[in-house]
Ligand binder design. Sequence first.
Ligand code: CAA
Length: 248
Amino acid sequence: MTDTAPVAWVTGGTGGIGTAICRALAKEGYRVVAGYHNAEKAKGWLAQQQADGFDNITLSGIDLVDYASCEAGVREIREQHGPISVLVNCAGITRDGTLKKMSPEQWHEVIDTNLNSVFNTCRSVISDMLEQGYGRIVNISSINGRKGQFGQVNYAAAKAGMHGLTMSLAQETASKGITVNTLSPGYVATDMIMKIADEIRDGIRQGIPVKRFGTPEEIARAVVFLADKESGFITGANLDINGGQFMG
Ligand code: CAA
């Protein structure tokens, strides 16, 4: 790691897909700031990364749902490491349930964490990216934002909304050296899909043409590609990585 290494902020960095993204970006030489929600889990997570030789990964406990926390956290990252040039919005939660049973809290929690957070993070980093004349934003959406999903009106709405933000911000920043793209993973083998009842999960797997769930690393390699400075002609795009489960 050198002092001039570009800084990448990965929200949800300690999660299933987030961890693979942090490690893949760190391998590419970025100084990676991994966002976390659970401080206790994050401490052990960082120790594991360091044990695995990743000394260019650090942590940040920014509350993504709180705009002031995002602004203050980004200022802190800039002071400690330099301006952020890559932002990966990977933080996300599920609160599944059919609409007839869904509480307003289930709706708001998911919209706040999965969508409002993306406004907060993008708004907090955009001035620095404009000043640098360079930036890469990758929004991790979902196959279910593309096709909808039984039991996920909240999650699908947030993930579809994310791509609206992507396309709009891409237009606003295209002439400024900044790209903004969406990546829509299908079902990836992480703790999030382990929350689905076994028989439903098995049914989903059967419906995936490649007949397996994806791996976090298969998502991370596409993030590295979109974050690369040579990928400057790709903006406002959505990249589906779902084993053929949805072809839009
Ligand atoms: N399509 C049509 N009907 C369905 C259905 C489907 N996919 N799934 C269930 N049903 C039917 C059932 O057969 C049942 O019918 P009857 O009432 O006639 O018996 C009825 O719908 C069940 O309705 P309930 O409201 O009682 O549902 P429930 O409480 O039993 O379960 C649920 C609802 C928890 C949401 C469950 O369906 C579920 O877990 N679904 C999977 C949701 C999912 O895929 N989540 C993804 C999480 S991972 C993720 O989000 C990461 C990512 O980006 C991919």
